[in-house]
Design a protein around this ligand. Structure first.
Ligand code: FAD
Length: 300
């Protein structure tokens, strides 16, 4: 109890940041401001999402390629196989490989009509496990896949969901990045079940700082993510106080990360929504500092 609150946090963990491809020049500026702010934290990679059904194919590619070209950060491209033939996927993957991109976040994607059942393209992949296999037949990409601590909404059971994750890892994925969640225990229980199922690859918690509680409630309902009662209470009355809300959001997410760290987690994937400040502040609170370039030794 006497230990200083933040004494144990030395920043000895890895980071990755997720962005979405911008639609306008203004959004592009915001995104690049965020990337430049987060770049000195030396993330392991940054990833760029792929709009529903491949709707951002060109914009995702342009953003990933620019990150690869203009920063020292590894760029990862999200790629979904919904509504795409295997030939379409091969074309996109080939473009990335030729642009020097070596990391794909391989996903099935959601059905194009919300609420309907996923149907594979007649000449496409049946799901993410098959996509991973297909991509690795093309090139030796590094592959991340999605995992669901509270089970995917389509899962028939939590065990079936974990078994499916195991199939994705057995197909050759290097890591799983989780859907966001609000309670550390949710992650720890999931990690234990994954290990019990024989999953030995890394499972990286996806952290979504809550800066808009109403939006978070909508998203959580869609993803089947539980919102603890205390969370509604903590954000109550902050609708008209955006600055206070940001401070509260950073505190809540930093506390979640601190508990994950105490439970052995040494990697965090931040859903940034193209804003740097929350991810930057939380990483800072956990002890992360900008990687300072080493001075060049004077010639002897
Ligand atoms: P899969 O792993 O193929 O399947 C999803 C679930 O369905 C499984 O978890 C399992 O419960 C069940 N299932 C499927 N096949 C079987 C089977 N044979 N047997 C038993 N159960 C089965 N969406 C986008 O459109 N663009 C993005 O950029 C994007 N990025 C994401 C990043 C992360 C980190 C996460 C967590 C999600 C992301 N998504 C994205 C959302 C994702 O596309 C949806 O959640 C989608 O519904 C499932 O994709 P998946 O790759 O998890 O699918």
């Amino acid at each position: 109890l006497d230990a200083p609150l933040y004494a144990d946090l030395s920043g000895d963990f890895d980071l990755s940041f997720e962005f979405f491809p911008p639609k306008t020049e203004k959004m592009e500026e915001t995104l690049w401001g965020a990337i430049r702010t987060l770049e000195p934290l030396a993330p392991r990679f940054v990833s760029v999402t792929y709009g529903a059904g491949g709707s951002t194919r060109e914009r995702t590619h342009a953003t990933v390629e620019r990150v690869a070209r203009e920063t020292g950060i590894q760029a990862a491209a999200h790629l979904t196989c919904v509504a795409a033939s295997k030939a379409d996927i091969a074309e996109v993957a080939e473009e990335y490989w030729n642009a020097g991109v070596r990391h794909i976040v391989a996903l099935r994607g959601d059905p194009q009509v919300a609420g309907t059942k996923f149907e594979a393209h007649p000449e496409g992949y049946a799901g993410a496990a098959e996509l991973v296999e297909g991509l690795l037949k093309l090139h030796p990409f590094e592959i991340s896949v999605a995992a669901y601590p509270e089970a995917h909404p389509e899962a028939i059971s939590q065990q079936a969901d974990i078994d499916h994750l195991k199939r994705k890892m057995d197909a050759g994925a290097n890591r799983a990045i989780t859907q966001f969640f609000h309670s550390p225990d949710t992650f720890f229980r999931f990690r234990d079940r994954a290990v019990a199922a024989g999953i030995t690859t890394e499972i990286v918690p996806g952290i979504m700082p809550v800066s808009n509680f109403a939006g978070m409630k909508r998203m959580s309902a869609m993803c089947g993510t539980d919102i603890p009662a205390w969370m509604g209470h903590i954000f109550e009355g902050l609708d008209d106080h955006p600055a206070a809300r940001q401070l509260v959001a950073a505190t809540v997410a930093a506390e979640l990360c601190r508990k994950l760290y105490a439970g052995g987690v040494r990697q965090f994937h931040f859903y940034t929504l193209n804003r740097a400040e929350l991810a930057f502040a939380i990483s800072h609170l956990l002890g992360k500092r900008a990687a300072v370039a080493k001075p060049v030794e004077a010639a002897a």
